[in-house]
Design a protein around this ligand. Structure first.
Ligand code: ADP
Ligand code: MG
Length: 756
């Protein structure tokens, strides 16, 4: 059994770190996979013996990314807030130290009077010594993190962005120190000091990281909100009366009192009382659901105006809420195919930047105008600073975090992060009919006995079989029969029907092909006309055979979900074609498809034929399949993206890539739109991050200098670099407010009414 190791780690600041952390772990024997998440500052690894936790911890430590905290799978992520606080303090200290230097030096450059004033009062040499002291303190204090992390990474020949900052600021500082105390070592005209550049770079990059950490903290808001849904105590009914118990001390089977308006402590079933429960936090469905004795309730949902007594059926990690939190966390840490490209680029990016910076310095020294040394330094440092691939590293993971978090708010759970990208590329959405487009709560509308039989006989024979079946049709029939006769030898044929032996005679209920009476003339001709008429109205008709003869047929109506037509419309609007794949008869399927505006219908499909239908749709692009997850597993797995429509308890659905917590088929359109919005957001981020580096590196290197005497100052480079990562994170945060493009169409009148 592979174990999973999860931890928050320190020191991951750039995209190249991600690959390094993962490599450090995967190199260990026994580690089968490792996933690092830059946005969350966390890592996950799957391992088997001989690897163990200590080995993993040590490997991370050796690689320069010590573990700050081992986290359980559903723990809240609050480190970002602490990190933002620490960075904020560092930024303030750095700014306080750097500001006087900045005023002295820049003021002197801009306003000649200031220059004179400095010359007359403290003297230029004193001013330089003062700057040396202040900036020295800034680098040794708040700025030392760049050196402590950057220099070892250089030593390991795996330079990261700290190395770039350390080199950039270190070079400016050392050069200026030489110019201050031993100017004779430098050529005349190149004895300027650049203390303020070193200081401002440190201050600005710290400021950028502060803003980034704050914004990143907000990307984890969705998980924190989910964790916050868990109450801390429950009122347990015990021998000695009511007793308040912490959630951690609950046991399965405990009887819990839920007061009106209270959050339900854990998953359970109602044993007493009835109330409307607000499940919107789990399903995204705003309308409260009525819960009465025997109904399941989900921990974290809010009780309405009446009291409920429940018996706990699951606690702790086994609850639906914990499952959701785990799922969101996993999805947020996922790598999209897009990301592997970014990782490959950034792995060689920093070394390449070092090479470009070195080249810049050499070219300036060789052909630059005097004072070449000073200009070479400025250009080289600017290249180092501007090229930090920070924004690039944040581009994908922050969007994924915010996008999947927003999805969770809306009751859309991405079980696999990759589904986010795949779903956005879908060309065809194929729906299962029963329970997906329809309510899945059919009612018997007509009973058609053949000559010589009566309605009660047909229903009772059918009920004898259906007592064993889970199918919605079975439940419809059983609601009409009080005492089903006892049958035995039950067998089910998924997608076709079911059979059992009653009084020594085989009874079958199901499709015409299944009961195999279609070709026989045992009264079928008499039924045929009525069956066709009912099917044309969208009813589902099943046949009942007793022994070798047809006994009759039962028609059920399964109302279409109120938002089903809106869902189809919304998908069309997104340029996606919509199909329905069902085991039901062709006329019924066509009638419903016509009503909903569905483009393609594949009726009378057995489970494996559903798979074939999906493969066929794939010829015109990626296909999503939406099913209620019970008998649609093969189709869900065969589709490029499988979406399971299910309420809370269906979270366990293993084959789906996406789980729609509410039964609303519009969730499909919403999931698709959100995935597209997230991918678009990632593209914007990547475009911005790459574009920024590609455009500004040459400017920093000084290619405009020969023409316009334009050189990017290291300080501007630091500002631009800090802004670029903040811009990326801020852009990703826009997804938090993402709203589905709401179409004004109200729920259409139901064409298929359920008769009372
Ligand atoms: P869908 O593909 O619409 O979800 P199913 O695959 O569950 O439908 O079933 C397809 C058809 O098989 C039903 O329309 C019905 O005719 C028949 N069928 C399957 N199971 C049963 C059952 N237990 N009782 C009666 N009919 C059944
Ligand atoms: Mg179904």
């Amino acid at each position: 059994m592979a174990e999973v190791f999860r931890a928050d780690i320190d020191g991951m600041h750039c995209a190249s770190c991600v690959k390094r952390v993962e490599d450090a772990l995967v190199r260990l024997p026994g580690v089968t996979a490792a996933r690092a998440n830059l946005a969350a500052g966390s890592v996950e690894a799957d391992f088997v013996a001989p690897a163990d936790k200590d080995a993993l911890l040590k490997a991370l430590e050796d690689a320069g990314y010590p573990v700050s905290e081992e986290v359980p799978s559903d723990a809240p992520v609050n480190r970002q807030a602490e990190e933002a606080d620490r960075l904020r303090r560092d930024t303030i200290v750095a700014a306080a130290l750097v500001l006087p230097v900045f005023l002295l030096e820049m003021g002197g450059h801009l306003i000649p009077a200031v220059h004179h004033l400095v010359g007359q009062t403290i003297g230029h040499q004193t001013s330089r010594v003062l700057q040396f002291l202040l900036i020295g303190a800034a680098l040794a204090g708040p700025g030392r993190q760049f050196f402590f992390k950057g220099i070892p990474s250089l030593m390991r020949r795996a330079p990261d962005m700290n190395a770039l900052v350390a080199l950039g600021t270190g070079a400016s500082f050392l050069y200026s120190t030489v110019a201050t105390f031993a100017p004779a070592l430098l050529p005349v005209g190149a004895r300027g000091v650049y203390f303020e550049a070193a200081g401002v770079i440190v201050a600005l990059i710290l400021l950028g990281r502060t803003l980034e950490a704050r914004a990143k903290g907000r990307t984890g808001a969705a998980i924190r909100a989910l964790v916050g849904l868990r109450p801390s105590v429950a009122m347990v009914v015990s021998a000695g009366g009511l007793e308040e118990r912490p959630i951690a001390a609950l046991k399965v089977g405990d009887v819990i009192q839920v007061r009106p308006g209270e959050r339900i402590a854990t998953d359970g079933v109602v044993t007493e009382g009835s109330a409307f429960v607000d499940e919107s936090m789990i399903t995204g469905e705003p309308v409260p659901v009525e819960k009465a004795e025997g109904d399941p309730v989900t921990g974290g949902t809010v009780n309405g105006a009446a009291a409920l007594t429940i018996r706990a059926t699951a606690i702790g990690e086994a609850t639906v809420l914990s499952g959701i939190i785990r799922m969101v966390r996993d999805a947020q840490g996922a790598k999209l195919p897009i990301q592997s490209l970014v990782d490959r680029v950034t792995a060689w990016f920093v070394p390449a930047v070092l090479a470009v910076a070195a080249l810049t310095v050499l070219v300036w020294l060789a052909v630059g105008p005097a004072p070449a040394l000073g200009l070479a330094l400025v250009a080289g440092v600017s290249v180092l600073i501007i090229a930090c691939p920070c924004a690039m590293g944040l581009a994908t993971p922050t969007s994924i975090m915010v996008g999947t978090g927003r999805a969770a708010d809306l009751g859309i759970l991405f079980r696999k992060g990759e589904a986010l990208q795949k779903l956005s590329e879908i060309k065809t959405v194929a729906f299962d009919k029963t329970g997906t487009l329809t309510e899945g709560r059919p009612e018997v509308t007509d009973v058609l006995p053949v000559e010589g039989r009566n309605e009660a006989e047909v229903l009772s024979a059918a009920a004898a079989v259906e007592v064993f079946s889970e199918h919605p049709i079975a439940r419809a029939i059983l609601r009409r029969v009080l005492d089903a006769p006892k049958a035995e030898g039950f067998q089910t044929a998924p997608g076709s029907g079911a059979e059992a032996v009653l009084d020594g005679v085989k009874v079958r209920v199901g499709t015409g092909a299944f009961v195999a009476v279609a070709e026989r003339e045992i009264g079928i001709a008499a039924l045929e006309e009525q069956v066709e008429r009912l099917r044309a109205e969208g009813r589902t008709v099943v046949f009942v055979s007793v022994g070798d003869t047809l006994a009759g047929a039962v028609a059920v109506a399964d109302p279409v979900k109120p938002r089903a037509r809106a869902a189809v419309g919304a998908l069309h609007e997104m340029g996606v074609s919509v199909a329905m794949v069902t085991g039901d008869a062709a006329p019924t399927a066509r009638a419903i498809a016509r009503d909903l505006g569905i483009d393609h219908v594949v009726p009378e499909a057995l489970p494996d034929e559903k798979v074939a239908a999906i493969e066929a749709f794939k010829t015109s692009g990626p296909v999503a399949f939406v099913g209620d997850g019970i008998n649609d597993a093969p189709a869900l797995a065969a589709a490029d993206t499988g979406l399971a429509i299910g309420t809370g308890t269906d979270v366990a659905i293993e084959t789906a890539d996406v789980v729609l917590m509410s039964g609303d088929p519009e969730g499909v359109a919403r999931a698709l739109a959100l995935s597209r919005a997230t991918i678009r957001n990632i593209r914007q981020n990547l475009g911005w991050a790459f574009g920024y580096n590609v455009l500004l590196i040459p400017v920093a290197a000084g290619i405009f200098y020969p023409f316009f005497e334009l050189l990017l100052s290291p300080m501007l480079a630091a500002g631009a670099m800090a802004l670029s990562s903040v811009a990326v994170v801020t852009n990703a945060l826009r997804l938090r407010r993402w709203g589905a493009p709401t179409k004004g169409s109200p729920p259409e009148p139901e064409l298929q009414e359920v008769p009372a």
